[in-house]
Ligand binder design. Structure first.
Ligand SMILES: [Zn+2]
Length: 374
């Protein structure tokens, strides 16, 4: 990953490059951003830049041996730490499987969120955290010399998932970092971090992608038309993987899925609702979020149809369904559905069990619809 591959954020990239050139960078930095944003790719691009043997003023070269190792995430002086659940009895096997799944995930999707890793590891029913044992590995890693004699970089993803014991274990090494060691922590829920950890880190806020940045990326990398790219941005909530998934899937599928789901909620067909939630679990997290956000937009439009029909943004079959749906349920009912959907989306984005959350929502919506029929 090079800076160039990440859309926009020009000023921030310059700051990172300059701090290195002036040899004036903090040895423990906290990249704070939103899921689906550039925090992790930027940390990786920054690490690549620092280690590159032939860097230019603005970016890593992309072809030296360090850059090649970084592209495969196998540089011996870059260590990744991330939340996980216990998989195997044997510690060694567990670690190598975790590293393999992690590498595959970030090569394929550098904008991944923890939910994607949990899905890939199939540990949705377990507690995924950075444990005290992981923290010990961090401390151990710091105490060893770097392989190639230069900088050693520890990238810690979701430090907010460190439990108290883990956080305490690494406080000391954070406070007195050995020379040539750089900690890059990548957080998405800054407010969940312990103050004692925050106070030892230099905070770098990673802004969300703007409409123009995401639009440019989708047009350049996915051959999107400007119009489709803007639409995808609308449902992405600034998340790059969401926008890409929306581009790929297209709105036709979203509409069919939503119509099918709502019909089964209206007729309270629990066996079919259960099948829908089973299928829901199998689609990637980013797509799950899009479906929910898209459904939310449809309900918002159905509320508008109650008195401000000219404000509805949808056209064609989408509009026809919204109008019909809006006539079937009273305003109170639509508002309750909107609230419930928003809340479920909130929990899904915080790694709730997707199948259970979606099914529970379906059952509640079914009840709301029954009580609030027009
Ligand atoms: Zn290079």
């Amino acid at each position: 990953m090079r800076f160039e591959e990440i859309p926009g954020l020009i000023a921030l990239k310059e700051t990172l490059v300059l701090s290195n050139q002036r040899n004036h960078f903090a040895h423990a930095q906290l990249f704070s951003g939103q899921e689906g944003g550039a925090a992790l790719p930027l940390a990786i691009a920054y690490a690549t830049y620092l280690l590159c043997e032939d860097k230019t003023f603005a970016d890593a070269c992309g072809s030296c041996s360090a850059c090649q190792k970084m592209a495969k995430h196998i540089h011996p002086d870059v260590h990744y730490f991330f939340p996980s659940a216990k998989l195997e009895k044997e510690e060694g096997m567990q670690q190598s499987r975790l590293n393999e799944v992690w590498r595959e995930l970030i090569i394929e999707q550098p904008y991944a969120a923890l939910g994607d890793l949990i899905s890939a590891l199939d540990t949705e029913n377990k507690q995924n955290l950075i444990s005290k044992a992981d923290a010990k590995k961090i401390v151990q890693e710091v105490s060893m010399k770097s392989f190639e004699g230069g900088l050693k970089i520890l990238i810690i993803w979701y430090p907010e998932k460190m439990n108290g014991a883990a956080a305490n274990a690494i406080l000391k090494v954070l406070e007195e970092p050995p020379a040539n060691t750089l900690y890059l922590m990548v957080t998405y829920h800054y407010e969940d971090l312990l103050p004692t950890i925050i106070s030892r880190l230099q905070l770098i806020v990673i802004p969300s992608f703007s409409e123009d940045e995401l639009k440019g990326y989708l047009v350049k990398n996915h051959g999107a038309t400007a119009e489709d790219a803007i639409k995808a941005y609308r449902f992405s909530n600034g998340s790059l993987p969401n926008a890409v998934a929306d581009m790929r899937e297209g709105n036709e599928d979203e509409l069919n899925w939503f119509v099918d789901w709502m019909r089964n909620c209206i007729s309270a067909k629990y066996d079919l609702l259960s099948q829908i939630s089973e299928q829901f679990k199998k689609i990637p997290r980013s797509k799950q979020h899009i479906k929910m956000r898209w459904s939310l937009e449809m309900i918002r439009n159905a509320i508008l149809a109650k008195g401000a029909e000219d404000l509805i943004s949808s056209q064609g079959s989408e509009r026809a369904f919204i109008l019909k749906f809006s006539r079937a349920i009273n305003l109170k009912g639509l508002e309750l559905i909107y609230e419930d959907l928003s809340e479920t989306l909130y929990y899904l984005e915080r790694h709730a069990h997707s199948q259970m959350a979606q099914l529970a929502l379906s059952i509640r919506l079914s009840q709301i619809i029954r009580i609030h029929r027009e």
